[in-house]
Design a protein. Structure first.
Length: 297
């Protein structure tokens, strides 16, 4: 799908613009000359000016009057520091639902909720369950739900960023659980492009949109591709899932942060193998394959 993006009388708001996904989307929209507001605790380095910053936390109520000037809100924010379900539900679930309801009430024309492929019925991770809960309420508001997974590209954050850091620090990389399940990956620029296309769609989109390449990879293959892309030789060491999970939980109880959460481990192992790419194809959204050439683009 090719579109000539000209300046339009649309204003966007992005939550989580200090995070990897949120900043990627906000910067892409700015590159297309759109007016982009940031909603969050702190403005990013790339903000157009403080008049485009709306102070907000998922734990607080937002001033609905400030949303009156927004045409499209893209909700990316998620507090990954929380490890207990009661806190995740209070902040990430209820906070997100309240924000989306306020945006709808304020007359925001289009709401886009950045969810995850970890969100599916029967998922085991708290992250997946939190996103699933928000999806249900977002759908009632007519929001477009986007499900990326393992977002890669230059300066990647999230799980890919964590793996890149491990590869940079050591040539011995753990393979937890030895799963043969397939993971579907999404390039950051393709995600940003898809979000813009969806924001301009002329029709209602009533089902979650999977944002990823249809070519799946095992976790072992992902490690090999990342190592090759970074010019590293690695040795993959299988480690039992239960031992790793227990160790991470103990560290969390002791409030020792090593950059990997036990719930992230659950998300990596509990992978949705029944992703439906039908709507993605129907909408004409394209996602490049994950390989040694594209990993750091």
């Amino acid at each position: 799908m090719t579109r000539n993006y000209k300046m339009k009388a649309l204003s966007y708001a992005v939550t989580g613009a200090n995070g990897f996904v949120g900043s990627t989307i906000a910067d892409f929209l700015r590159s297309k000359k759109y007016k982009v507001y940031e909603i969050g605790r702190h403005p990013s380095r790339n903000i157009q000016g403080m008049q485009y910053f709306i102070h907000y936390s998922l734990e607080d109520a937002i001033d609905k009057k400030k949303l009156k000037k927004i045409d499209v809100i893209i909700h990316c924010a998620y507090d990954f520091q929380l490890t207990k379900w009661k806190d995740i539900e209070r902040v990430n679930v209820n906070g997100s639902i309240n924000l989306l309801r306020e945006a709808h009430s304020a007359g925001v024309k289009r709401i886009i909720f950045i969810s995850t492929m970890c969100a599916f019925e029967g998922c085991k991770s708290m992250y997946g369950n939190a996103k699933t809960s928000v999806e249900k309420e977002a759908a009632k508001l007519g929001a477009i739900i986007v499900r990326p997974n393992m977002v890669f590209g230059n300066g990647a954050g999230g799980s890919i960023g964590s793996l890149n850091r491990q590869i940079a620090l050591s040539k011995f990389i753990p393979l937890i659980g030895g799963s043969s399940k397939l993971h579907y990956l999404c390039h950051k620029d393709d995600l940003a492009y898809a979000v813009l296309e969806l924001s301009l769609a002329k029709k209602d989109i009533n089902a979650p949109v999977v944002a990823a390449s249809e070519k799946g990879h095992t976790f072992k293959n992902i490690l090999k591709i990342l190592a090759g892309a970074n010019g590293k030789k690695i040795f993959i060491v299988p480690i039992p899932y239960w031992a790793t999970f227990l160790a991470l939980r103990i560290l969390e109880i002791l409030k020792i942060n090593i950059g990997l959460r036990s719930d992230s481990l659950v998300s990596l192992v509990d992978v949705n193998q029944n992703a439906d790419f039908g709507l993605t194809r129907e909408l004409g959204l394209k996602f490049r394959e994950f390989n040694a050439q594209t990993a750091n683009q």
